[in-house]
Design a protein around this ligand. Structure first.
Ligand SMILES: [Zn+2]
Length: 107
């Protein structure tokens, strides 16, 4: 855990689940608000299980596969990422602040 601190811009001021817990809303300290649907966030998981170690191993997840997905637990990883445990039991996903910030608002 030494090389990940490449994110030097905005930092989340608050995280909140909205829209019946189907949307993760992040307010950043530069005033930007991200509203990310959980199905899109789940499908974007970048862990080795979901994406493989090679593109041919990717599960090619789609948001439509996760209509009822919820966040079971979310915890900061240092100051660069969040570890999300999903209601489907998937718990190896790490979402960097950079990834979260760069995702398109989907809600
Ligand atoms: Zn994953």
């Amino acid at each position: 855990m030494t090389q990940e601190r490449d994110f030097s811009e905005a930092f989340p001021q608050s995280l909140e689940l909205t829209d019946d817990d189907s949307v993760l809303q992040i307010v950043w300290d530069d005033g930007h608000t991200s509203r990310l649907r959980l199905d899109a966030l789940r499908a974007a998981c970048s862990c080795a299980v979901c994406q493989g170690h090679h593109p041919s191993q990717s599960l090619n997840l789609k948001p439509e596969q996760f209509p009822e997905i919820r966040i079971a637990d979310i915890a900061p990883v240092g100051r660069y990422a969040y570890h999300i445990v999903w209601s489907d039991g998937h718990d190896t996903g790490i979402y960097t602040l950079k990834t979260l910030r760069e995702m398109e608002n989907s809600a």
